[in-house]
Design a protein around this ligand. Structure first.
Ligand SMILES: [Zn+2]
Length: 350
């Protein structure tokens, strides 16, 4: 096998979920039971499509690229894993050089030595285990400033608990505990801290903040914070792809049910506290075409804020659906208002 001539970057670009499936791993969405056999009830293996990587968030903690997946699952070395991938995915291996086997072999050794160096990995990867631990260590919202924020956005304390909204009071202490528990490398790659040369300098959220966990299949796959002290703005994790907020709400919903897509987390929560279905999008640029599938069987209303940016958000999101022939209804709220304003005043977004 003229291994030396195979293109390693094409091998790494084979969609990792296809590789997993070919290896006999049953993937549902981007999740699977870990091949190490430690999973009992819920799947720990997670695939990251954009980075084309995988990671086990359970006992074994293994992770890597397509080649590493074959190595770990099949218990083979780097070279065999690459050969397996080339054979199974018909990567061009320049046939017809069988007469020069010896020469090719010597190239293999040389090349595989270089390639066997640590595999390049994406710097950041969502870390549900670490996020869940972090959220569980932060208190429910008790400060006057935090409660005031929730009130002004039409979020009752009941709803705040339902969405597991927490407050972050001591960012320095929180970072120290994170590093003690998970190690600096894992803290840094989870996107929760500012890191320099592998050293976690400070938490992304460096003053009092409200934390909004994002659940996907029951796991916390993302956290967004609203800063209350200091700059009053939302701050996201570093380097982690922004998912939809409240997406688990769709499971179990009857076809034809009305679902509101709105901009941001508080709007989604405000809708939910009025018994409407609200899914939060962290800006139109974070929306991904493949997410449309999740909404095909529902009646979709896209809610934009009553300003120019809100109108653009609604038309950008609608375009994803139009391209799939799925009609959606666009609504914009009274000028200068967002969903939360309207609901907090006892109005209705209907
Ligand atoms: Zn595992």
């Amino acid at each position: 096998m003229p291994y030396a001539r195979m293109n390693l970057s094409s091998i790494r670009e084979i969609p990792v979920i296809e590789v997993a499936t070919r290896l006999g791993i049953q993937v549902r969405g981007t999740k699977a039971m870990c091949f190490s056999g430690h999973d009992k009830n819920s799947p720990s293996l997670s695939f990251h499509k954009a980075h084309n990587t995988w990671r086990c968030f359970g006992a074994c903690g293994k992770h890597g690229d397509t080649i590493a997946l074959v190595m770990e699952k099949e218990g083979v070395d780097f070279k065999s894993a690459v050969e397996w991938l080339a054979q199974n995915f018909a990567i061009d291996v320049e046939p017809g050089r069988r007469g020069q086997r010896r020469q090719t072999r010597s190239c293999i050794t040389k090349k595989s030595t270089i390639m066997a160096a640590p595999l390049p990995e994406s710097e950041y990867i969502a870390d549900p285990e670490l996020y869940a631990w972090f959220i569980s260590k932060c208190d429910l919202v008790t400060s006057a400033a935090g409660i005031k924020y929730l009130d002004s956005h039409g979020i009752s304390s009941e709803t705040a608990q339902r969405f597991n909204i927490r407050q972050l009071s001591k960012p320095g202490y929180a970072l120290q505990k994170l590093v003690e528990t998970w190690g600096e490398q894992r803290v840094c790659s989870s996107g929760i801290a500012w890191c320099k040369d592998g050293h976690a300098d400070r938490l992304i959220w460096n003053s009092y903040a409200l934390l909004f966990p994002f659940y996907n299949d029951g796991q916390i796959t993302y956290i967004q914070a609203r800063m209350i002290g200091g700059d009053k703005k939302f701050l996201n994790l570093r380097g982690i792809v922004k998912p939809l907020f409240n997406i688990d709400r769709l499971s179990g919903l009857q076809p034809g049910h009305t679902v509101h897509l709105c901009e941001g987390v508080p709007d989604a929560i405000a809708l939910e506290s009025q018994n409407l279905i609200g899914i939060g999008i962290l800006g139109a640029t974070s929306f991904r075409a493949e997410w449309v599938d999740r909404f095909l069987k529902f009646r979709v209303i896209v809610l934009g804020d009553g300003d120019q940016a809100g109108a653009k958000f609604a038309s950008d999101i609608s375009r994803f659906f139009m391209e799939r022939g799925k009609p959606v209804q666009c609504m914009s709220l009274p000028k200068g208002k967002d969903v939360a304003d309207v609901l907090a005043q006892g109005g209705s977004a209907k």
